[in-house]
Design a protein around this ligand. Structure first.
Ligand code: C5P
Length: 224
């Protein structure tokens, strides 16, 4: 394989599997644009809830989404979704109401279709902004958004350990229930795609996970 000058890294995994901390550390190490796509689904969910739209009413969801203008605010290496020019406040993204509703909104084809071209477009944004690459984390990045990414990683972790991680962050978040919904939905279910590198993070500290993936990125950049 020849050396690559721009690297596309897809990281998928369940709720609280360590995706965000890992992706953030890699973005700093390799100067990659970081896209946390869970926060994009959260932003749309917060907006829809704010407008009084329920996931049980797909026609209303579709109507609300057609009027939304999605954009990006680059905060350092982090690509934040903006709606109508404004990022959604972090507290709204992580609210209990959004935690409870996001997987139901994310199962709707209308919601996924609204985000698909946006997410793919971030690779060009990373190139034009002079990043060394893009690290995108989510549930369907290696399977649907970028199936030909240079590196596809799938992080696993024991459900009890993941629930403990969320509780330590002070969040009320039914991670097992979200995983069940995310893995069993018809549209772009969470899955470890064939050819992805699977890593169990249950008993692995963050630096060890980062080192493992960093070695793979370095090897790709050098043409290994
Ligand atoms: O990553 P995070 O836990 O913040 O994701 C919130 C929710 O967004 C997930 O539980 C899932 O329903 C949805 N999601 C998705 N596809 C992605 C990223 C997140 O369906 N690529």
């Amino acid at each position: 394989m020849s050396p690559t000058s721009f690297i596309l890294v897809a990281i998928d995994g369940g709720a609280a599997s360590g995706k965000s901390s890992t992706a953030r550390a890699l973005s700093e190490r390799f100067h990659l644009l970081h896209a946390d796509t869970g926060s994009y689904y959260r932003a749309l969910s917060a907006r829809l809830l704010h407008s009084g739209v329920s996931p049980a009413a797909p026609a209303a969801v579709r109507a609300e989404l057609t009027d939304l203008h999605l954009g990006t605010h680059c905060s350092g290496r982090h690509a934040q979704l903006t709606i109508g020019g404004d990022p959604v406040p972090e507290a709204d993204l992580r609210s209990d109401a959004v935690n409870a509703a996001v997987s139901h909104f994310a199962a709707l084809p209308e919601v996924r279709a609204a985000l698909l071209p946006y997410q793919r477009g971030l690779a060009d944004l990373a190139r034009t902004h002079g990043f060394q690459g893009l690290v995108m984390e989510g549930r369907d990045i290696g399977s649907v958004i970028f199936p030909h990414a240079d590196l596809r990683i799938f992080l696993h972790a024991d459900p009890a350990e993941r629930a403990r991680r969320r509780a330590r962050e002070g969040q009320l978040d039914a991670v097992a229930e979200r995983d069940r919904l995310d893995s069993s939905r018809e549209n772009s279910p969470m899955t470890c795609p064939a050819g992805a590198v699977a890593i169990d993070t249950s008993h692995l500290a963050l630096p060890a996970v980062v080192e493992r993936i960093a070695a793979l990125i370095t090897s790709r950049l050098l043409g290994g």
